[in-house]
Design a protein around this ligand. Structure first.
Ligand SMILES: C[S@@+](CC[C@H](N)C(=O)[O-])C[C@H]1O[C@@H](n2cnc3c(N)ncnc32)[C@H](O)[C@@H]1O
Ligand SMILES: O=c1cc(-c2ccc(O)cc2)oc2c(O)c(O)ccc12
Length: 362
């Protein structure tokens, strides 16, 4: 009994340390990406000795002695693997996780065609940017305050992310590149597994579609579909015409261009229930013909397959609390919103983790 409580105490202490230092995990991952480590290993055939890695990574001589310590942590977290012979000069290898961080030059060209060619390192960098991290450090201050600020991001920066990013072109680029990478990953799954959701659709509006990554993927997969992207003027003004989709500046709260299908990806999770109902009513009004629908790609909080998936799900909801006024919803909460917006029925299918594809019918 005494041994067991000692074991429990030691385990609890180790877990507490791990949690306490968790912010270093994000920063070490960011550092590995910024130093180009996954690409350096990939370019050398997926395995690299320490001397070769030291030669490949752009750090001055004075910092090279520190690299094995960074790598040791990254191996301990499963980001890379290392030969377990305990030698002073290990060989580092990619793992399935770090394979997701490799830019082999095919990601953008592959469009939404191939899940394995998607590089998610821009997504990581979009989430470890200083605005997001600083916002998270304001969480307790935000909880303790009765002020009207809607989220810690605003407590920290005095404005919501879209305003802040609009005034910082460098971070705007980092954030947009990250969201585009995430979109390519999700859309490659949707288009290769659930292409039937677009059967019979000849025109589609990507509502609040950002810089149009999803709409371009749909237009490339289904050239018969005339795709448009609706977003705020400051977003649309920054997107160069591409001849593939049409870009329309506007406000989804007041008017949405008409089409067979409305597509909303990671839009509704930014808004409270009342605003979601308002947006979906506008979508319903914009559906051109009988048989038209709204297609939603968003998180459905549900029964995750394992602990890591559950933690990712609730972390994502925390992110929404820190950065936006939105939330992640379960099937029951979604159903209420759909009914309040006047839709008759819907069909939900899983995409990646807790992300789902929802088809919504008037
Ligand atoms: C989280 S992003 C999602 C972008 C895109 N759907 C995606 O999956 O990457 C939310 C988008 O909503 C846009 N947005 C916010 N308010 C809007 C409004 N009233 N009308 C149209 N777009 C809006 C933002 O500019 C931003 O591009
Ligand atoms: O910083 C974010 C990140 C997301 C996000 C991340 C991963 C996904 O698979 C989907 C979305 O969404 C955001 C968002 O909707 C927002 O309004 C601000 C920031 C972020």
């Amino acid at each position: 009994m005494a041994t067991s409580s000692n074991e429990e105490l030691l385990q609890a202490h180790a877990e507490l340390w791990s949690l306490t230092f968790s912010y270093l995990k994000s920063m070490a991952l960011e550092c590995a990406i910024k130093l180009g480590t996954p690409n350096a290993i990939h370019r050398r055939g997926g395995a690299v000795s320490l001397p070769d890695l030291l030669a490949a990574i752009p750090v001055p001589e004075s910092k090279k002695p520190y690299l094995p310590r960074l790598m040791r942590f990254l191996v301990a977290s499963g980001i890379f693997a290392a030969d377990a012979d305990g030698s002073a000069a290990p060989t580092y290898r990619l793992t399935p996780l770090s394979r997701l961080l490799v830019d082999d030059g095919t990601a953008a060209a592959a469009g939404a065609a191939d899940l394995r060619s998607v590089d998610l390192s821009p997504f990581v960098l979009s989430q470890t940017n200083r605005y997001h991290v600083t916002a998270a450090t304001h969480l307790s201050e935000w909880f303790e305050s009765d002020a009207a600020a809607e989220m810690p991001f605003r407590t920290a920066h005095g404005a919501d992310p879209w305003m802040v990013f609009a005034h910082d072109p460098k971070i705007n680029m980092v954030f947009n590149a990250g969201m585009a990478a995430d979109t390519r990953f999700a859309m490659s799954f949707v288009l290769s597994n659930y292409g039937d959701a677009f059967d019979g659709v000849t025109s589609l509006v990507d509502v609040a579609g950002g810089t149009g990554t999803a709409a371009r993927a749909i237009a490339n997969a289904f050239p018969r579909i005339k795709c448009s992207v609706l977003d705020l003027p400051n977003v649309i003004d920054s997107v160069p015409a591409d001849g593939v989709v049409e870009y329309v500046a506007g406000d989804m709260m007041s008017s949405i261009p008409k089409a067979d299908a409305m597509f909303l990806k990671y839009v509704l999770h930014d808004w409270n229930d009342e605003d979601c109902v308002r947006i979906l009513r506008e979508c319903r009004k914009a559906i051109l013909k009988p048989g038209g629908k709204v297609i939603i790609v968003d998180m459905v909080v549900g029964s995750p397959s394992n602990n890591a998936a559950y933690e990712a799900q609730v972390l994502f909801d925390l992110l929404m609390m820190v950065i936006t006024a939105g939330k992640e919803r379960d099937e029951r909460e979604w159903t209420k919103i759909f009914m309040d917006a006047g839709f008759s029925h819907h069909k939900t299918r899983p995409v990646l983790g807790s992300v789902a594809l929802i088809e919504l019918y008037p």
